[in-house]
Design a protein around this ligand. Structure first.
Ligand SMILES: Nc1ncnc2c1ncn2[C@@H]1O[C@H](COP(=O)(O)OP(=O)(O)OP(=O)(O)O)[C@@H](O)[C@H]1O
Length: 790
């Protein structure tokens, strides 16, 4: 306890804590009893569920009565289960409150009022019904709680649905609880005192992300509570709390719109599955259900894996990072990746679609047992002969209608084919039952002569044919008569036409990449093999939607895109179309753009997506993750690094150390791993550039390290404390107590375009950073003089 406080104040706060915790304890006991009761009732209902419902099928009344009883029982069960769930949530929230009931207090006097309101803030609200509804704890998301994050003592104001409330903050106090015990508290003149922040940041990393409710900073609060316009863009350096604030924002939105918004209407796109796991505990910890979490790759797989083997962004990156310099095929691929991610390529696709309105769609003949029922040629003629509209989707619909009819006629013509009879002979007993029932019906209705045997054979054949017809019709309804892969491939099979399509699509500077012809050859060959390069996945889907009509998700109301610097314009254009009713929050750091397709520029072009009037941009510049010496080191790697404001937290200087041979390198790293493990460092990462390098490191270090090592691959995405070896791109968005950069030599990180990758890797470290290299160090690492200057 701080001795600056009077006994009076100290006594008051201690007494209040006692009052609050004893109320929580009583509530917990009550809820625990209730939960037990409800659980018992549910078990009881389940146990007797079937007792009342043994039915006698001969008695219709019995059947109806049973149906009613069953329905009532089910409703009762559902009701009890709802009560149970609600009570359980309450219970969990109170348990969390019990550990730390509140973290702050503000005394606020509204202008024109004599009364001062003391507002205590916690992760949920607590009202004392016994004393007439006094608010003992306010939810950190309540409108008035905003004061705490935005102001120090003095004039202050906050937004409410009814307008701005102004007044005077007379006191600001911060509390620190540990396991339900008040440790200390102090009054502060600042917005959020650095003292607590320093303490929080000094703690070790966990295998999961922490919530930051108690120490949200002012600019973060602005981002969390911003709720206007279609687009919010948040940029900030590594460790500035973008992801943390984004998760708090989701919790805030779920609270603010609790009557109308549910967690499954919020979608977060994250960089990789490891990251998904890493952040998955934050919302439940705050008492909220998790939002939907996905990756772009997951979505693309979902849409395209039936047609292609879709390359993952990691495989693409692996290919780019391990390619040899000067290899022309590699150079073409690089150019292709960049071009296909650009807004111009979207224009090219749009131009190509216009071309397809006149000619060029590839159709697939409808065949049955090798016989063509409707040829591709006939479809094409019918399609392009339809001049009622230029639009593709309605023309496809009317082609489909025509095909359904054609199929019916064509399939009926096959009744005398020998295979039909053969299949009829193979009909199952159930099918034969159907045939007999039909035959009986016809017998009853017959007029005149009727050859039962002949009719039976006919019906069997009809059944066989109707099955095939249905299958074919289902294909038609799903537009399978359209050969989209071939249509897309034809774009690359006519390299000379592309300039025209670019112009037709309205590209501003219709310029193709220098190696366009090679790009076309490479892509066409991959598509021919059934491989869809990652850079083609979005363009392919875009073309598909332009042709068939856009599939949209109307349910989602908020979309958050983390690590947005690794999304190309084409990705955003697509997301906008896919989620027409959603507001978008985009978070990123242009200095961490690691993919070859990343534009690498700022987010200014994104303003155009919804227009300036509908877009808000917030820039963070303070960074919290790493110690001051680490931030100095990493910032020195960036041209604009001096704009990053470090949080003043002391720590060891980062170490850069060279080895002459691989053996030496491994021995040095193993030694450090042993040392750190002995000192109890909780999460340690050995970060390699690629997966290939990670595997080598894992094999070499395993026998030497003397501590267990875990290799993380894109398919095995579990994050646990201990020593982890992983490739750069899987470490995105995650942090570790201590980081070892496996090999930052000139050979590995030598090119200017690898600067951002190396920066991303080094910025994963919270407390310690060791950078090793073999031979010569990377020229991208800061030089000693630079460090001394900063
Ligand atoms: N207001 C805050 N209070 C306490 N800790 C904070 C705060 N803001 C950020 N942090 C901490 O800083 C670290 C980095 O935060 P986070 O991962 O959200 O940053 P980021 O901007 O998403 O980083 P990156 O771009 O490197 O992925 C985390 O440990 C987080 O808990």
């Amino acid at each position: 306890m701080d001795d600056r406080y009077t006994d009076e104040a100290s006594g008051f706060e201690r007494e209040r804590v006692r009052r609050v915790t004893s109320l929580i304890d009583r509530r917990l006991a009550e809820l625990s009893r209730q939960l037990g009761d409800v659980k018992e009732q549910v078990v009881e209902i389940r146990k007797h569920f079937w007792d009342d419902v043994t039915i006698n099928l001969d008695h219709m009344d019995d059947v109806i009565e049973t149906h009613t009883t069953l329905k009532q029982q089910a409703e009762l069960l559902a009701e009890r289960e709802r009560t149970h769930m609600h009570a359980k949530r309450q219970y969990d929230k109170l348990r969390r409150l019990r550990l730390s009931p509140y973290f702050g207090r503000i005394d606020f006097r509204e202008d024109g009022s004599d009364e001062t309101l003391a507002v205590y803030l916690g992760i949920g609200s607590l009202v004392d019904e016994e004393s007439g509804g006094e608010f003992l704890i306010y939810d950190w998301r309540a409108p008035i709680s905003s004061l705490y994050y935005d102001y120090g003592p003095g004039p202050a104001s906050y937004e409410t649905p009814a307008g701005l409330i102004r007044g005077e903050m007379e006191l600001k106090r911060q509390f620190v609880f540990r396991n339900g015990e008040l440790q200390y508290w102090f009054d502060t003149g600042e917005t959020i005192g650095d003292e607590i922040l320093r303490e929080v940041l000094g703690q070790g990393a966990d295998a999961t992300m922490k919530n930051i409710v108690a120490t949200i900073q002012r600019d973060q609060n602005r981002m969390i509570r911003h709720d206007a316009g279609r687009m919010l863009i948040v940029s900030g350096p590594a460790g500035s709390g973008k992801t943390s604030a984004a998760l708090q924002r989701v919790a805030y939105l779920l609270y603010k719109h609790r009557e109308t918004l549910s967690a499954d209407q919020v979608v977060l796109f994250s960089p990789n599955p490891l990251f998904n796991r890493y952040i998955s505990t934050v919302l439940p910890e705050l008492g909220e259900e998790n939002m939907q979490q996905t990756t772009l790759q997951e979505y693309l797989e979902h849409r395209l894996s039936r047609v292609f083997r879709v390359e993952s962004p990691f495989d693409q990156l692996e290919d780019v990072l391990t390619a040899r310099d000067g290899d022309p095929a590699h150079e073409a691929r690089q150019q292709g990746i960049r071009f296909k991610a650009s807004a111009d390529f979207l224009r090219l696709i749009e131009g190509y679609k216009r071309h397809l309105e006149r000619q060029g769609l590839v159709f697939r003949a409808l065949k049955l047992k090798g016989r063509t029922l409707v040829s591709a040629q006939a479809m094409s003629e019918r399609f392009y002969g339809d001049t009622r509209t230029a639009k593709l989707a309605p023309r496809l619909d009317s082609l489909a209608e025509w095909l359904l009819e054609e199929l019916r006629t064509e399939v009926t013509k096959l009744r005398d084919e020998p295979w039909v009879e053969e299949e009829a002979e193979m009909l199952s007993p159930e099918d034969m039952q159907k045939v007999y029932r039909r035959l009986e019906k016809e017998l009853r209705q017959r007029k005149g002569a009727f050859n039962e045997r002949l009719r039976e054979a006919e019906l069997m054949k009809e059944l066989v044919l109707s099955r095939h017809l249905k299958r074919l019709q289902a294909r038609v309804k799903r537009l399978r008569f359209l050969d989209l892969p071939a249509t897309y491939r034809r774009l690359y099979e006519q390299p000379d036409e592309a300039a025209g399509w670019l112009a037709a699509g309205g590209a501003e500077a219709p310029e193709l990449p220098e190696r366009w012809k090679e790009i076309c050859e490479q892509t066409a060959a991959a598509l021919e093999r059934g491989d869809l390069p990652y850079e083609d996945a979005m363009p392919y889907l875009y073309l598909q939607e332009l042709i068939e009509g856009f599939r949209v998700n109307m349910r989602t109301r908020y979309v958050l895109v983390d690590e947005a610097q690794d999304y190309a314009p084409i990705h955003f254009a697509f997301l906008k179309k896919l989620f027409p009713r959603a507001r978008m929050t985009v978070l990123g750091d242009p200095n961490q753009a690691i993919h070859a397709f990343s534009p690498g520029t700022g987010f200014e072009p994104l303003v155009g997506l919804y227009g300036p009037a509908d877009t808000e941009t917030i820039a963070f510049n303070r960074t919290y993750r790493s110690t001051l010496p680490i931030v100095r080191f990493t910032s020195a790697m960036l041209p604009d690094g001096d704009r990053i404001v470090p949080f003043n937290r002391d720590g060891e200087l980062p170490m850069v150390k060279g080895a002459a041979t691989s053996e030496q390198l491994h021995a040095m790293i193993a030694e450090t791993l042993r040392e750190w493990s002995r000192q109890g460092v909780s999460t340690i990462a050995v970060i390699c550039k690629t997966l290939r390098e990670s595997r080598e490191a894992y094999a070499a270090l395993s026998p030497l390290a003397g501590v267990p090592l875990r290799l993380i691959t894109p398919d095995d995405a579990a994050f646990e404390p201990g020593v982890t070896i992983l490739p750069s791109y899987l470490a995105k968005g995650i942090e570790f107590d201590a980081v070892i950069v496996y090999d930052a030599s000139r050979d590995v990180y030598g090119k200017e375009d690898e600067r951002k990758l190396l920066y991303t890797v080094c910025t994963r470290a919270m407390h310690r950073l060791h950078v090793y290299y073999k031979g010569e160090p990377s020229p991208l690492l800061p030089r000693r003089e630079e460090l001394l200057r900063s």
